[in-house]
Design a protein around this ligand. Structure first.
Ligand SMILES: C/C1=C2N=C(/C=C3N=C(/C(C)=C4\N[C@@](C)([C@@H]5N=C1[C@](C)(CCC(=O)O)[C@H]5CC(=O)O)[C@@](C)(CC(=O)O)[C@@H]4CCC(=O)O)[C@@](C)(CC(=O)O)[C@@H]\3CCC(=O)O)C(C)(C)[C@@H]/2CCC(=O)O
Length: 225
């Protein structure tokens, strides 16, 4: 098929192009996508409120078998949603997680914070002999009580959070803990999944990531698909 357009000088330019048929309506794409996920995923093991979160996590990674690795406490949705409605901040390990949070879904114009850019963080991490993402948790401490935590990248941040809580740090209302990768991701999520004193949703194994974590947060903030 040929299409004609005018260039900046008004000359007619003929474009040879293939007009492919594909869905262009964003709302329809979302509808079909969520319907496909619900048709192809085994959500039977999840309560309805948690299933809504899992569906959105699958939407972010395209893997319907993510259901086999997700572990969530029965109270995590109520805990996170209640905290967000009350104005709790969202504490993120990476800017990629923070960027993925859809601000219009937040019920109280909640702050979405990541401290990786704090001046002096690299030096602090060097002094603490840890990563920057783990050292950045020092800046979380004044905001941690009742906060919603979103860790989607750094296993060291999740390990450090659990250590801090064990050492008496304030407790977050809920934790989305889904760091990704080969070093520490599976181990840190496994550790989180054993915690009976915390509300959390996690992904066992190597899968996880900023997009999955932000998607979970978005569903916790607002169940609307
Ligand atoms: C070891 C690290 C891992 N990073 C992974 C995957 C991705 N990271 C990206 C980016 C851009 C960033 N990762 C840092 C958080 C950086 N990544 C690390 C650290 C060295 C240590 C974390 C840990 O092991 O717990 C970490 C730096 C630190 O000192 O904490 C980042 C801050 C590095 C930087 O650019 O400065 C940066 C995050 C920026 C931000 O959003 O604020 C990737 C996009 C990779 C890339 O650039 O190629 C990717 C994103 C994955 C995602 O979905 O988030 C792993 C795989 C998680 C890995 C830890 C585990 C492993 O197996 O190695």
């Amino acid at each position: 098929m040929q299409r004609s357009v005018a260039d900046a000088a008004g000359h007619v330019v003929r474009l040879a192009c293939i007009m492919t048929e594909y869905l262009r309506d964003g709302a329809a794409i979302y509808r079909e996508s969520f319907a496909t996920i619900r048709a192809e995923s085994d959500l039977a093991g999840f309560a309805d409120d948690v299933a809504t979160v899992v569906v959105r996590m699958i939407h972010a990674c395209g893997q319907t078998d993510l259901t086999t690795d997700v572990v969530a406490t029965p109270g995590v949705v109520d805990a996170a949603r209640g905290a967000l409605r009350a104005g709790a901040p969202i504490l993120c390990d990476a800017n990629m997680v923070a960027s993925g949070v859809t601000r219009r879904r937040l019920p109280a114009d909640n702050e979405v914070l990541c401290f990786l850019g704090e001046p002096g963080l690299p030096e602090l991490a060097a002094r603490m002999e840890t990563t920057r993402t783990a050292a950045a948790l020092q800046f979380w401490l004044p905001r941690l009580e009742g906060a919603v935590v979103a860790i989607g990248n750094a296993p060291t941040a999740l390990f450090a959070l659990l250590d801090l809580i064990d050492d008496g740090a304030p407790r977050p209302a809920a934790i989305v803990g889904a760091p990704v990768g080969f070093i520490g991701a599976a181990e840190s999520c496994e550790l989180l999944s054993t915690r009976e004193d915390l509300e959390f949703i996690t992904v066992r194994g190597r899968r996880g990531g900023s997009a999955i974590t932000a998607a979970a947060l978005n569903a916790l903030a607002d169940p609307a698909e």
